[in-house]
Ligand binder design. Structure first.
Ligand code: XMP
Length: 317
């Protein structure tokens, strides 16, 4: 039986013992895992924890600034780095999902490496890896090598001679949230849906352009804000919108349109390994669909994904 208080006490003591007066660098993503890892380590080693929050240009709308403000409000020693253009450059013309992940993973490592070199004599790299990440990364190497490579596990370049510390690697997501609550982290931040490291890039099927990022950010915002205002957000494990590489014909007034199709996905899950699509109320889907088509220029059709995992995955790429 998992008790968050005991876990915090134990891991903080363990981290103090392990890290002593060493400096530690940690990449914050805005997600629950890296945030909880940061607060735990901050509790253990204080200002010796250096956090870096990279904007890859593929976050949700306004996310970078909002979350950075929140981190600063929590007293974390955090540096925000806007590297959007670098990521867009790395992704230019790339359509294949695994190549997108590689491009983003590599760009992230480069940016992160430059930033961590600014910290004099840093010894450790902390990561918010949780148990399901550990499992899926291991199975990537197995015989059915089709599972997605999660870029936030492993992938440490040789020239960064940092030792890795992963305070959450034995925990499931719900346990991480309970630990976060014990640590006094804002419940809204803790209740956030998981969001993939490669961000919106794997929800834009095909190649990525600034215009597509803009469209998807707008659509996603209408969907997520809608879930919140209808009181549905907390009943869903993960939700997001996917921009399909398809134009469809529509009518707007007397005009024929030929614009993008977006898919909405909302799933129920405990750990992301299996998932069921959520039976969102028809009235909600109707409202959100109308709002998206009316408010987001470039979209004329909305569909809802009714596939479960397996055999479908949660993300489309
Ligand atoms: P799938 O699509 O494999 O997703 O059913 C399971 C969970 O993992 C997230 N996901 C990723 N997270 N890097 C990440 O950090 C990735 O490349 C990646 N691919 C999928 C997905 O959002 C879901 O929560």
């Amino acid at each position: 039986n998992f008790t968050p208080n005991a876990f915090v006490e134990e891991i903080v003591a363990e981290m103090k013992e392990k890290l002593q007066d060493d400096k530690v660098v940690l990449g914050l993503s805005g997600g629950v895992d890296s945030t909880v890892a940061a607060v735990l380590l901050h509790k253990a080693i204080g200002k010796n924890l250096y956090c870096i929050f990279v904007n890859n240009g593929l976050l949700r709308k306004d996310e970078f600034q909002n979350v950075l403000d929140q981190y600063e409000g929590m007293g974390l020693n955090v540096r925000g780095v806007d590297a959007s253009q670098r990521f867009y450059d790395a992704l230019a013309g790339v359509s294949e999902p695994e190549l997108k992940r590689k491009a983003i993973g590599n760009a992230f490592i480069e940016v992160f490496d430059v930033e961590s070199h600014r910290i004099e004599d840093v010894k450790w790299l902390a990561q918010g890896t949780i148990y399901p990440d550990v499992i899926e990364s291991v199975s990537v190497k197995g015989p059915s090598a089709t599972i997605k490579s999660h870029h936030n596990v492993g992938g440490l370049p040789d020239y960064m001679k940092l030792k890795v510390v992963e305070p959450l690697r034995m925990l499931f997501k719900d346990e991480v949230r309970r630990v976060g609550a014990t640590l006094g982290i804002d419940p809204e931040l803790l209740g956030r849906h998981p969001f993939p490291g490669p961000g919106l890039s794997i929800r834009i099927l095909g190649d990525i352009t600034l215009e597509k990022v803009r469209i998807l950010q707008e659509v996603d915002k209408v969907f997520i804000d809608g879930l919140k205002s209808w009181g549905l957000y907390d009943q869903v494990w993960q939700a997001g919108a996917i921009l399909l590489p398809v134009n469809s014909v529509g009518v707007m007034g007397d005009e024929r349109t030929y614009e993008k199709v977006v898919a909405l996905r909302a799933v129920q899950s405990t750990d992301g390994m299996t998932a069921d699509w959520v039976h969102l109320p028809y009235e909600f889907l109707m409202k959100v669909s109308n709002d998206i088509i009316n408010k987001v220029k470039g979209v004329n059709r909305v569909v809802y994904d009714i596939s479960s995992k397996p055999p479908a995955t949660i993300e489309w790429e």
